[in-house]
Design a binder for this molecule. Sequence first.
Ligand code: BG6
Length: 478
Amino acid sequence: MSHTIVIFGASGDLTSRKLIPALYLLSRKGRLPENTRIVGMSRTEFSHDAWRADLKETTAKFTDNKFDEETWAKFAANVYYHPGDLTKLEDLKGLKSFLEEVEGGPAERVYYLSTAPRLYISAIDCLGESGLANQEEGSRRIVLEKPFGYDLNTAKQLNKDVNRVFPEDTVYRIDHYLGKETVQNLLVMRFANSIFEPLWNRNYIDHVQITVAEEVVVGRRGGYYDQAGVLRDMFQNHLLQLLMVTAMEAPVKFDADMVRDEKVKVLRSIRPMTHDEIVKETVRGQYAGYRKEEGVPADSQTETFAAMRLWVDNWRWNGVPFYLRSGKGMSCRTTQIVIQYNQAPHTLFDKKKCHLDACRLVMQIQPAEGIQLQIQSKVPDEGMVTRMTPLAFRFRQEFQGELPDAYQRLLLDALQGDASLFARSDEVELAWGIIDPIIETWRSEKPPTLHTYETGYWGPNESNDWMAEHGRLWFDVC
Ligand code: BG6
């Protein structure tokens, strides 16, 4: 059967910056299923050729030296444009006729909603009413970009509305962090090697740190960001996904539901917190200058940095704190997961001469993708002096070349019907169930202090003080 990917919001930034370049690169590598066509739809009037010409320019820009005329010409021959408003039934009926005409027979379809989330529900209703969601004529999958709702209630409503038209196993909610090679490699590292499993639990691990630091500030996204804040923008999705992948048990198979069942169990194990606990267990920050960003009110209380301590109350993790932090305007762009092991139980070496840090395993998700096991080694020619040294693996050295962008993997999986790396409805709702009470406390009459921090550092000083109170240090390495 042939495949069609229909991109709604075709004239938008995501389409030209991420989706088309990813599809083009897949086609260049011969990975797109044979007979795959791409149909764009948005309200702007374009001819097929005008859209192709625009995409050619942007794709050349975003794929650098991987762009060549010949491959593009082949790829572009399967790219079409159909103007219309996806919230208007007659426009979707028009799209249906157009698709049937270009497909010329049965085809599997993926509908990609790359539009403002407020349009999701009316778009999905129209997809249903126009017959475009009819599964009897070939599989019909829908891909949704985050945010999936604004809080638990809106997420539940959205899931209900989506599932009225698209059964859950045809819904693909993108969290692009799951498309990152290094996040998938975490599963491989944990579950394809036997040496980590015995050490991956409360008996050996003191704590886990998950940092997603961004050097960029909010810039032109102030209007959106001020409504969202770092908890909705990063924690409800990306940070909790990283936590799930770190803490989950091994699924029986790499099967969409089995993987997601295990992830969901982690979220169910996260200890709920009262108002007072949230005040103690979280740190809020806003970078200096945020209130001057375009679209941000001068008295905004929105957080651009957050840190929190979560407890996963299950057999494996009982008593092991998970420290999560993320912020904009930080010292560098880095995403890393640190497994901090316990100190050796007894020290033979002179503490004054040795840096007796305990071993740690650092999984560098980006941008210097790799894994480092940091261990104590003897400093040569200095008696029994020790210091931390890395056993390191770098993706770019080992495999040469760049890692593919997350969208390549995710688009291919959506086309092939593999939902393992997409968020399921219960996962999304449970994640909101963890984040909502924190947002409520932060918006209450007695919120914890909103600390200001200078850009170019690791967030507010209070975040370091808070860690120090727990007898720990953030691992601040770019
Ligand atoms: C997005 C957030 O989901 O992820 C952005 O909305 C953030 O605010 C981005 O900058 C980070 O993604 P990455 O892949 O650059 O770490």
